[in-house]
Design a protein around this ligand. Structure first.
Ligand SMILES: [Ca+2]
Length: 667
């Protein structure tokens, strides 16, 4: 959207793993506003739908700041999930700056298409002469792989051939369709991925189901895109609308070597084992799973290339791009082979709209776009490539493309499911490919062309300095885990008032992970109240404090049915102090205690806890548990139906929180 290279605007890493260097701080400069800002300044009305994932999560709450929200980046309306992914059946959505009330959806993609159709038809009715731009960003095909049962059933048995055979069939189809050169070689299966034929029967059954669900979701999102396109046609705007359909990175190997029924494992540096996954086989793709497929299927999805999302080999960065614009492109159904990068889309939109990057926007001088418009290729298949070079860097993996050659290194040979490691850069080995003749990067020619390789590495270095790629740093999970700490500094006490303290991103809520902490409230109990006092996270992990059946509960949802649950006996009536106390006894572990009116009523050991995150999209809420539920002991948001005043969370860097001098309500 910015038309600049990621590192040149602070987005060299994911905003979740931002760090304090200009290339990675997730703070885009005011001098590099988005294509939407520029179009808006020229009278376009802009709409954003679906995934919006580059706002640092500590800025995702109803008080902003909104500079990095859709509204700050040129969109007049937004209906988004502001996270890397979201539960497709119970999505946690933002309607412009307001939390969308909790509701279940048949599937978010359908909801996004419905909303797009509402906006497009409304726009056409009210201001037919005013141009619009829409960003329609599905959460599919990111994890969780969720699809309606009816679609999953359609794919039963379709992937029993396994990933090795699938790759051969896919390449044959790609060559037949002409989307890869006829002499394209299939890269070898990497050693980390087992041969399909070596798997046990139960592994084959599980992994085939994982791919059936993925395929079902793919068809589902395709249908929803089709619905939006059909509406454009119905209202007579299809020919006049420039549509780009693309995706980001390559297929993801983050599901690791068994896939996972709960993606949050990976985000906490763990993998899911086969037995655990098998327990979720029948429900794979349904509401009570948050699944990701085996890396073997990502390998097949990246045919004919090697590696996965996160890497900058072609398997990690090659994407399809479909461009549809009958009024602007004479050619129909043709293929273009000029080399381009995602940062080239924004300049293309600008050229198509006849708008130049302004010298200033709202008084701030604007830097030129780094990208190169690809409009020159629309009506000239053989036009000379206008792109001279393109660098890549992702989590320490680096590459450079120039004039048909590509040098690339897979940092420390690290696989994408192995994210909780920090490895030296000194031993990284660069490979060289003549991609003009070797489309799939199948043959490393570094040994034959050492001078070419040296020249390419020097060119990478030049680009890296120019665009803020340095310093390189690969501690992803640690950075993810540190975000809350960095946000709050020395703040130790957090006071949340009912009913407004809801939909606060996990990363901007009280930083309790790996710290002694207390959670306290005082309620004037009538004896009938029930509901959630405070909850953060959901089915993938989190904690919740609630009253049910006249008892106080604290439930910590670790992973796969491991809950640390505390409960009181029947609560008294009248003003009652309720408290959870966590004593830290080890890194990411300790003892949980429950108190009623200062008396300890329960205690539990909590030996393993999340090191980085409970979930990606779920939030911190007072008085309810929005999105999916942390605890199996209640259903729905379980809104607290009594008088809730405030919840006070106190954290400490010691092993215990010092006793409070005054009760919670005397503040
Ligand atoms: Ca929740």
């Amino acid at each position: 959207m910015a038309g600049r290279f990621p590192h040149s605007i602070g987005l060299g890493s994911h905003a979740l793993t931002a760090m304090g260097f200009p290339g990675y701080n997730a703070i885009m400069p005011e001098s590099a506003k988005s294509v939407a800002n520029y179009l808006q300044a020229e009278g376009y009305v802009n709409y954003a739908l679906g995934k919006w994932d580059h706002t640092p999560l500590y800025e995702v709450s109803q008080v902003g700041p909104f500079d990095r929200w859709p509204s700050g980046e040129g969109f007049d309306h937004a209906y988004t999930f502001m996270a890397a992914d979201v539960h497709q059946f119970v999505p946690v959505m933002w309607n412009d700056h307001s939390p969308e009330p909790y509701r279940k959806s048949e599937h978010l993609d359908q909801d996004l298409a419905d909303r797009a159709i509402m906006w497009i038809t409304g726009h056409k009715s009210i201001k037919p002469d005013l141009p619009f731009m829409m960003l329609w960003a599905s959460g599919s095909m990111h994890s969780p792989h969720h699809a309606p049962d009816s679609h999953i059933d359609k794919y039963k048995g379709k992937f029993d051939m396994g990933w090795d055979k699938a790759r051969e069939e896919i390449l044959e189809r790609q060559i037949g369709l002409g989307i890869v050169p006829p002499d394209t070689k299939l890269t070898g299966r990497i050693d980390e991925i087992p041969a399909w034929d070596s798997l046990s029967d139960e592994e084959k059954i599980l992994y085939a189901r994982q791919m059936e669900v993925f395929a079902a979701q793919m068809e589902w999102v395709d249908l929803q895109i089709g619905r939006v396109v059909a509406e454009l046609k119905r209202i007579g705007e299809l020919d006049n609308t420039l549509i780009f359909v693309t995706s980001d990175n390559g297929a993801s190997g983050e599901g690791g070597l068994a896939g996972t029924f709960n993606e949050t494992y990976v985000l906490n540096g763990m993998q899911t084992d086969l037995e655990t996954n098998l327990r979720h086989l029948d429900d794979w793709g349904r509401e009570n799973t948050y699944p990701h497929y085996h890396a073997g299927w990502a390998m097949a999805g990246n045919t004919p290339f090697r590696y996965f999302k996160q890497s900058v080999h072609r398997g990690g960065q090659q994407d399809h791009l479909v461009v549809h614009w009958p009024d602007g492109i004479e050619a129909k159904g043709e293929i273009r082979s000029q080399y381009h990068h995602i940062s080239d889309i924004a300049p293309t939109i600008m050229e198509a709209a006849g708008i130049e990057v302004p010298e200033e926007l709202y008084g701030v001088p604007q830097q030129p776009m780094d990208g190169v418009s690809l409009m020159y290729s629309f009506n000239d298949a053989s036009a000379a490539n206008r792109k001279e070079r393109q660098y890549y860097e992702m989590f320490g993996n680096r590459a450079i493309w120039a004039d048909g050659w590509k040098a690339v290194t897979l940092h420390a040979n690290r696989m994408p499911w192995d994210v909780n490691v920090v490895l030296p850069f000194d031993n990284d080995v660069w490979e060289l490919y003549h991609v003009a003749e070797d489309f799939s990067e199948s043959t490393n020619v570094a040994a034959e062309h050492p001078e070419k390789l040296a020249e390419m590495i020097a060119m990478f270095d030049e680009e890296a300095w120019k665009y803020n790629v340095y310093p390189l740093y690969d501690d992803m999970i640690q950075r993810l885990g540190k975000q809350q700490d960095r946000l709050f500094g020395d703040q130790k006490e957090f006071v949340y008032f009912a009913p407004g303290a809801i939909r606060i991103a996990e990363k901007s809520s009280a930083p309790v992970k790996n710290r002694a902490h207390t959670i306290e409230t005082q309620i004037d109990l009538l004896g009938e109240e029930e509901g959630v006092i405070v909850a953060v996270g959901g089915m993938t992990g989190g904690y919740s404090m609630f009253i049910k059946d006249h008892r106080l509960y604290y439930d910590y949802n670790f992973l796969d049915g491991v809950h640390y649950t505390l409960k009181s006996s029947s609560l008294p009536k009248g003003k009652t102090d309720l408290k959870f106390n966590f004593i830290k006894t080890q890194a990411f572990g300790g003892i949980g205690e429950l108190y009623v009116n200062g008396e300890k009523v329960d205690e539990v050991e909590m030996p393993m806890m999340h090191i980085a995150t409970y979930s990606l999209a779920e939030t911190f809420d007072i008085g309810r548990d929005t999105g999916t539920q942390v605890s199996d002991l209640y259903t729905g948001i379980f809104k607290f139906d009594g008088e809730l005043d405030r919840v006070i969370i106190t954290v400490s860097d010691e092993n215990t929180v010092p006793p409070r001098k005054l009760p919670a309500t005397y503040y």
